[in-house]
Write a protein that binds this ligand. Structure first.
Ligand code: FE2
Ligand code: FE2
Length: 161
């Protein structure tokens, strides 16, 4: 007779992940959404994709600014990378505001998404190539920061409008 598998609390809980892996996964998701936008021909679908991109980017930027950036800045005694990334977030937010809840209406809208995607790629490259390696070499507890990011992201996803 087959025995039912015992579901333990451990197996139900998500596996802890390092902050940098979680942020990388967000970057990949957004990158995939931009690729899907490029292939998409329907304005209804485009609007759905843009709304997912705006949500992902807004929450991602906020958890970085609230949790990851201050931790990295303190650990690295950084005066350059994090301020620069923070300024880039401000530009990203301006670009997001221009496309959020707007109906895709042709080439200017497509151009705005293209510029947003290129800007995101540039920003992600700096994070992944410059900030993340330094964070990994530092004394930061990336698993603990990862847990904080996960918790805050869940909270913000609930509240996002
Ligand atoms: Fe960022
Ligand atoms: Fe990021």
């Amino acid at each position: 007779m087959a025995t039912a598998k015992k579901v333990t609390r451990e197996s139900a809980a998500p596996k802890p992940k390092e902050a940098t892996s979680l942020l990388r996964a967000d970057h990949k998701l957004v990158n995939d959404l931009f690729a899907e936008y490029e292939k998409s021909r329907s304005n209804v679908r485009k609007k759905q994709i843009v709304s997912m991109i705006c949500k992902e980017l807004t929450i991602h930027a906020q958890i970085e600014e609230e949790i990851f950036y201050p931790a990295v800045k303190a650990a690295l005694k950084d005066k350059e990378l994090i301020p620069e990334a923070t300024v880039e977030h401000a530009t990203l937010k301006d670009l997001i505001a221009q496309v959020k809840d707007v109906d895709p209406d042709g080439e200017i809208f497509d151009a705005k998404i293209k510029v947003l995607s290129e800007y995101v790629k540039h920003h992600v490259k700096e994070e992944q190539n410059e900030i993340f390696p330094k964070a990994k070499e530092s004394s930061l507890d990336l698993l603990e920061i990862g847990a904080q990011l996960t918790e805050r992201k869940a909270e913000l996803s609930e509240k996002y409008k």
